[in-house]
Design a protein around this ligand. Structure first.
Ligand code: HEM
Ligand SMILES: *[C@@H]1O[C@H](CO)[C@@H](O)[C@H](O)[C@H]1NC(C)=O
Ligand SMILES: *[C@@H]1O[C@H](CO)[C@@H](O)[C@H](O)[C@H]1NC(C)=O
Ligand SMILES: *[C@@H]1O[C@H](CO)[C@@H](O)[C@H](O)[C@H]1NC(C)=O
Ligand SMILES: *[C@@H]1O[C@H](CO)[C@@H](O)[C@H](O)[C@H]1NC(C)=O
Ligand SMILES: *[C@@H]1O[C@H](CO)[C@@H](O)[C@H](O)[C@H]1NC(C)=O
Length: 540
């Protein structure tokens, strides 16, 4: 009764307001059962539940930080599941049969796609990483040829050694000064320095304990951080058009990258010209010079822009991935000292075998007695004694690095476009215009692939009687598989082995107490807070 009185007392405006509220109430009353029924129909659906219109977008965005672990929740119940987004479907899989289908058996139906190309174009241009079809095929052919060249391999080996030694001295200094050191930062500097040297023949010199600044390196990091945001920001194109936010500064970063690269290309052209005029064959061994040689053949149709794209693509492909893997490997060694000891023993063995009888005694020197200078000489001595062939063997180290990539794959999730409607071998419907991703990170944790100890770090799983046995690239997907398998795999192993052999022969790495190691969701699986460690020298 009182309520009716109140209502009649209200003026007209408020009563129409009131009827809006009632309509809203009725709508809500109907919406709730609608949603309940909507969700009820999904009770047996594998994968995240959906809302009308939005699909699973909210759940995916709110789980962005811990994305791989979010995927794992659903992979516990289904090897493949599909999530709906407002504009398209995205399927995720850990099933090696489906992975082989998209990466190999029906390769042409699963390109990188237009969206990826647009987002990455500012840095990657039309390089190998960012193209499909004919353009990709042509680049892949020349690049494979160059990568298998002896000249480049030998040059890289020298560069990797030089920088590994430089890093070992920095680590040695941390051991002597008893200061903590952030290894992920060091590895990122190591790999950028060395890949620029291999790629352009240029020294950036950013690997140093004083953490020097370099405009190229800064521009590189900045451009790429902005690009990552594009993957989650549906409004990036508008922002770019309006020139606001990070999108405004990406232009500047990309000009810095271009200027730097074109300057080197022009300088190299001039050098070649001078050398030719004086009758000297001046062929430098770096990647750029090798491609420049090819560019002189008009048949290859290479402009300066083509050369820029090639080199920047290699830097992007090889830099973060190698640095991230070295960081996770170092972390594994810190928390599994018994495995670090086995690697140490393998390295001492190799050293003994490689040295002549006279110098073999130095493997017995007590390292704790040496001052910093003599110790650094000892590092160098090790480096000069270890030959390339010996390094390539080291089956236990090889297994430990591979095991690191199995549990912490540098590219944790790889997403492909879908060109035409198709049905995956497991029956999953793949709709044209949608996306399909496989997760090497989650695959590494699947018991149906690796057995009940899937989540344990066990280099031994790769060895039989001390010999390394590789797995199918559709189960161990860290380097992808099929026609687009990573081109730099051997190069990456070489650098990681050269670096790890020096560091783990002479040092033990200890986590700084309280330092938390967690991954960060980026294209490359980095550590959110880096890897802070203290260093102790081995006794011998
Ligand atoms: C541990 C280190 C590395 C890992 C885990 C790794 C992993 C991968 C993966 C997963 C792909 C496929 C990406 C995709 O198509 O979506 C790829 C492609 C590629 N990688 Fe690596 N990579 C590593 C190091 C390197 C290095 C050091 C280089 C070269 C210097 C390199 C060069 C390339 C190139 C050129 C491609 C593109 C191949 C193509 O599209 O045909 N990678 N890599
Ligand atoms: C890309 O940006 C992220 C985020 O800032 C950074 O952590 C990463 O090291 C960058 N990668 C490269 C290749 O510079
Ligand atoms: C790049 O080079 C152009 C022309 O040489 C110059 O005008 C511009 O300021 C440079 N930009 C950057 C960011 O270095
Ligand atoms: C060379 O490449 C340019 C641009 O990529 C293209 O327009 C041109 O037709 C090509 N020329 C030949 C001979 O392939
Ligand atoms: C190596 O060490 C052994 C035992 O300590 C010693 O007898 C031998 O003379 C040493 N050889 C050289 C070349 O120093
Ligand atoms: C590959 O995909 C196409 C759709 O583009 C489909 O028609 C074809 O059957 C698939 N082939 C295989 C081998 O699955």
């Amino acid at each position: 009764m009182a309520l009716t009185n109140d209502v009649t007392a209200l003026d007209g405006q408020n009563s129409s307001m009131f009827s809006v509220i009632s309509v809203l109430q009725i709508f809500l009353l109907l919406l709730i059962p609608y949603l309940i029924v909507y969700r009820w129909t999904q009770r047996n659906k594998p994968g995240p539940k959906e809302w009308p219109l939005l699909g699973s977008a909210i759940e995916m965005t709110t789980n962005f930080e811990r994305f791989q672990d979010w995927l794992l929740i659903y992979f516990a119940h289904a090897k493949t599941f599909t999530a709906r987004l407002p504009t398209h479907y995205i399927s995720y899989t850990v099933d090696p049969v489906v992975v082989e289908h998209i990466l190999k058996n029906n390769f042409t139906n699963y390109p990188k796609g237009k969206n990826f190309h647009e987002i990455m174009e500012v840095v990657l241009g039309d390089g190998i990483f960012n193209t499909d079809g004919e353009s990709w095929k042509r680049q892949r052919k020349t690049a494979s040829f160059e990568f298998s060249s002896k000249v480049l391999r030998e040059f890289s080996a020298v560069v990797f050694r030089d920088y590994a030694l430089k890093l070992a001295r920095i680590v040695s200094h941390a051991a002597y000064s008893k200061e903590a050191i952030e290894m992920q930062e060091m590895y990122m500097r190591l790999t950028l320095d060395s890949i620029c040297k291999v790629g352009f023949g240029t020294e950036l010199q950013i690997l140093s304990p004083s953490l020097p600044d370099n405009p190229f390196a800064n521009a590189f990091d900045h451009a790429n951080a902005t690009i990552m945001l594009r993957f989650v920001d549906p409004f990036w194109k508008a922002k770019k058009f309006l020139g606001i936010g990070r999108e405004a500064s990406i232009e500047k970063s990309s000009t810095t990258l271009d200027n730097f690269t074109y300057k080197i290309i022009r300088a190299r052209r001039a050098e070649i010209k001078v050398a030719r005029a004086s009758g000297k064959a001046n062929m430098k061994p770096d990647l750029l010079s090798r491609f420049m040689e090819l560019s002189e053949d008009p048949e290859n149709n290479m402009t300066d822009k083509t050369l820029r794209d090639i080199v920047l693509n290699f830097i992007i492909a090889g830099r973060d991935t190698t640095a991230a893997t070295l960081s996770w490997f170092t972390y594994m060694m810190a928390i599994h000292p018994e495995i670090a000891d086995k690697i140490y023993e393998e390295l001492v063995d190799l050293e003994k075998r490689s040295m002549s009888k006279e110098s073999a005694n130095s493997t017995l020197t007590n390292l704790l007695d040496l001052d910093e200078e003599s110790f650094n000489k000892r590092l160098q001595e090790f480096e000069t004694h270890i030959d390339h062939e010996g390094l390539l063997k080291l089956p236990y180290l090889h297994a430990a690095l591979t095991e690191t990539l199995r549990v912490y794959p540098a590219i944790p999730l790889d997403i492909k476009g879908i060109a035409e409607d198709d049905v995956a071998p497991d029956g999953t419907v793949l709709k044209k215009g949608g996306l399909i991703g496989y997760s090497p990170y989650c695959m590494g944790r699947m018991e149906f692939i690796w057995g009940p100890d899937a989540r344990e770090y066990k280099p031994e799983r790769w060895l039989k009687n001390g010999v390394f046995y590789p797995e199918s690239p559709f189960k161990f997907t860290a380097f992808q598989g099929g026609p687009r398998i990573c081109l730099g795999k051997d190069s990456a192993y070489l650098q990681m082995k050269v670096t790890a052999s020096l560091l783990f022969r002479f040092f033990k790495f200890n986590l700084v107490p309280g330092h938390k190691v967690v991954y960060r969701t980026m294209t490359a699986l980095g550590m959110a807070h880096g890897l802070k460690v203290t260093i102790t020298k081995r006794v011998h």
